[in-house]
Design a binder for this molecule. Structure first.
Ligand code: H79
Length: 432
């Protein structure tokens, strides 16, 4: 009896411990910095890049899991230059880069001692591209975030999920404890060998959707991360409300609250810092025929819209198998950098403003300064439902021309010098 009650107590203690994740002071600081950073670059790069058909090619085309591993012997990204990448990201105004250390195909883009299926031991390239990227990020002051897949199409100990059904991997040799030990080993390497890491970004939780009782043992992974690097944020792209131990909530292909892409159906927006991650063309990994690139204007407007929705924005690039960034991506990075260089002040360090997003645009706010970003308005007058604060002054961000403000019971109307046009017209209000 005593044994049972001790056991029960222990269970309750464990449950409350996980339910009551107390973010450390380091984490709280890191969350604020994360929110201040506002804009990042995602990189999807791996063996799949060689096949030029996106990062899901192995599962989509039912490539045999043993056959696929031979790609490693031919992977030699001769033009890879981490500094060139990071300089381009920095010039675009990005403050962080999220890199795929190991995607669903199971190939590690870093030196691991867990197996030879990695860029250093398993390819003729023999270079730890993650180390080179980490060093370049340090040098140019960009935060490094690490994508880490929970799904693994190469390992029989990973329990078969919804993806990779036709790749010939045995379905009866699963052993989650063994797979979890492997992941913890790799997470330890990632958080020990590459300097300070801004976030670990998990992906793949959804793979076990047909197995509702599946226990990923997230607590063990999250507490390991927080123990090894107390300022490292935990993100998990599970498309659900945040779970204990997580530090930010990420949204795939949509702004928080939207669901045009089908990943965020019914996703509850929690209290954590928010992030939207989006592809620049259709898929994430390099696709040789996918030329459906979003325009620079679209990307810039999404940085602005995300900020107005109190979220960060991360745009993805799928580098070519030779290690170069696609020219279309480089062009867009330049255009984004031009805009961020002039208007970054209205984005970095801000939060979603007190006037909520509307069809005409969004507001961002820093202290008493409210930036009104007008992206879609055909009139010279714009009404803001702003009643809780008084407007002390208003001017155009460009050229500082004064803007007349008239007030009524419902809010204020801004009289603009001209009908807004272009990517974004910004009015700067000082609030009392
Ligand atoms: O790494 C990139 C993609 O390869 C990976 N996440 C980004 C960052 C990814 N995108 N989609 N998927 C993985 C598969 C997810 C499918 C889903 Fe669903 C569709 C999740 C929710 C809707 C499958 C169908 C699971 C639930 C419904």
């Amino acid at each position: 009896m005593k044994k049972i009650s001790t056991l029960l107590l222990l269970m309750v203690a464990c449950l409350t411990a996980s339910a009551q994740y107390q973010a450390s002071p380091e984490i709280l600081k890191a969350r604020t910095e994360f929110q201040d950073n506002k804009f990042g670059i995602y990189i999807h790069w791996g063996l799949y890049s060689m096949l030029g058909n996106g990062e899901w090619v192995m599962s989509n085309r039912n490539i045999n899991y043993k056959e696929y591993t031979h790609l490693a012997d031919g992977f030699y990204p001769s033009k890879f230059d981490a500094e060139e990448w990071v300089k381009a990201f920095k010039a675009a105004g990005a403050r962080y880069v999220t890199f795929t250390t190991r995607h669903h195909d199971g190939f590690s883009m870093f030196k691991t001692s867990a197996n030879n299926y990695n860029i250093v031991d398993g390819t003729p390239f023999h270079r730890d591209v993650l180390k080179e990227l980490a060093d370049a990020c340090q040098k140019y002051g960009i935060k490094l975030h690490l994508y880490y897949s929970h799904v693994d199409w190469s390992r029989p100990d990973y329990p078969q999920g919804w993806s990779g059904m036709g790749i010939g991997k045995p379905k009866d040799q699963y052993n989650y404890d063994s797979y979890l030990a492997f992941m913890k080993h790799q997470l330890t390497e990632l958080l020990t060998n590459y300097g300070p890491i801004g976030a670990i970004w998990f992906d793949g939780y959804w793979d076990q959707k047909n197995n509702p009782n599946f226990d990923w043992k997230l607590d063990e992974q999250y507490s390991l991360i927080h123990r090894l690097q107390p300022g490292c944020l935990v993100a998990n792209n599970h498309h659900k409300a945040p779970k204990p131990g997580e530090d930010l909530q990420t949204f795939e292909q949509d702004l928080p609250g939207q669901n045009t892409a089908g990943y965020s159906k019914g996703t509850v927006i929690g209290q954590l810092p928010l992030e939207t991650v989006m592809t620049m063309n259709k898929v994430w990994g390099y696709d040789i025929t996918d030329k459906k690139y979003k325009s620079s204007e679209y990307i810039i407007q999404h940085i602005i819209k995300a900020a107005g929705n109190n979220a960060n924005y991360v745009i993805n690039i799928g580098p070519r198998p030779d290690g170069k960034l696609p020219v279309e991506a480089v062009e867009r990075l330049k255009a984004i950098g031009d805009w961020m260089g002039r208007y970054g002040e209205t984005i970095y360090g801000t939060r979603g403003g007190i006037v909520r997003p509307h069809d005409w645009g969004v507001t961002t706010q820093k202290g008493n300064t409210l930036y009104v970003h007008i992206m879609n308005c055909q009139d010279r007058a714009l009404f803001l439902p702003l009643t809780e604060r008084r407007v002390a002054s208003a001017r155009m961000f460009d050229g500082h021309q004064k803007v007349r403000v008239s007030k009524n019971a419902e809010g204020v109307t801004l009289e603009l010098p001209a009908v807004p046009k272009g990517v974004d017209t910004i009015v700067e209000l000082t609030l009392k």
